[in-house]
Design a protein around this ligand. Structure first.
Ligand code: CDT
Length: 304
């Protein structure tokens, strides 16, 4: 059984300890349902701080973890070990060298970290943008991840991670698909409204979110567990819609609140085999001689 532990809003003044207490409550539910892995959202320990423009680095540093586990998060790892539940969650990472990443970790069922991922596709902008209804300053506070999209053999499945905006890019899933991924975990913080287009509301954004995850799952014959941080944070709404998607692209579990909510599904990794050995048998069908432009070129260039 795999769980997706959606978190409701986390306000600016909420402590790490109070959030961890909420995560532990969700883990208790997961234990009762027999979950072996529980996935939490992106930047699970704090409010989505990139909505705030900050110039003072000391003020920024408050939102970052310098080690993992640390005193505040140790109870999550202890719970994982005691109850044999692997966990994955996102947090803001400051390295000993003073580098800043939007990171997620994956543990095994002993609570040992077996994988780390640093968000590659950072959305938003680096400077204050008066044209937006609210800020999205990931490019200011993080550098792009430097670890690629690794996968790990963990608890009987090939697992990989990505974070929020990464889910919108087909390359994300394909790089993991080429490493045989069977379960992609991802957390997100997606504003319910587009800061640059008020007409793009929640229904529209939920549609896009599911569209990309369902396509990624189907085209790579993998499970996808997409988990939101939802609700109104400091006056700014984030959409919910956490989902578990099967390797055929079908939604098999979905959150229906904007609060702390556990979704779960018995995910059979053998369901990945059919797609991986037929229509998406990459070795037989991919034509890499035609794909070079994908890594040679970033932006679109119209024919001359
Ligand atoms: N956290 C995150 O990556 N959110 C983005 C919103 C982008 S709007 C500038 C997302 O893709 O959901």
């Amino acid at each position: 059984m795999i769980g997706g532990a959606q978190l409701g809003a986390i306000q600016k003044h909420d402590s790490r300890e109070s959030v961890v207490a909420r995560m532990l409550a969700l883990l208790e539910q997961a234990k009762d349902r027999g979950c072996e892995l529980v996935v939490f959202p992106e930047l699970a320990l704090t409010t989505f701080f990139p909505r705030w423009y900050m110039e003072d680095q000391a003020e920024v540093d408050v939102w970052f973890e310098q080690e993992m586990p640390n005193a505040a998060t140790q109870p999550l790892f202890d719970f994982a070990r005691t109850h044999r539940i692997a966990i994955s969650f996102g947090y803001a990472e400051r390295t000993p060298e003073g580098r800043y990443f939007n990171t997620s970790i994956l543990t095994d069922r002993t609570g040992t970290i077996v994988g780390k991922y640093r968000k590659v596709h950072l959305p938003g902008h680096a400077e204050f943008d008066p044209e937006r209804d609210f800020q999205h300053l990931e490019k200011r506070y993080f550098e792009p991840g430097d670890l690629g999209f690794p996968t790990w053999e963990n608890e009987g499945a090939v697992m990989g991670m990505c974070i929020c905006n990464d889910r919108r890019w087909p390359e994300t899933y394909r790089v993991m698909g080429l490493q045989g991924v069977e379960l992609v975990t991802l957390g997100y913080n997606t504003p319910s409204v587009n800061a640059q287009n008020r007409g793009e509301g929640e229904a529209h954004r939920l549609f896009h979110s599911q569209l990309v995850m369902q396509a990624g799952a189907y085209q790579n014959a993998t499970w996808v567990v997409g988990v939101a941080k939802a609700g109104v944070e400091d006056g700014f709404p984030l959409m919910g819609g956490s989902v578990i998607i099967d390797p055929n692209g079908f939604v098999v579990a979905q959150a229906d609140t904007q609060g702390d909510e556990l979704i779960s599904h018995r995910c059979d990794m053998d369901l990945c085999t059919f797609g991986k050995t037929t229509i998406f048998d990459f070795k037989r069908h991919r034509r890499i001689e035609h794909y070079g432009i994908i890594t040679r070129q970033t932006g679109a260039e119209r024919p001359a």
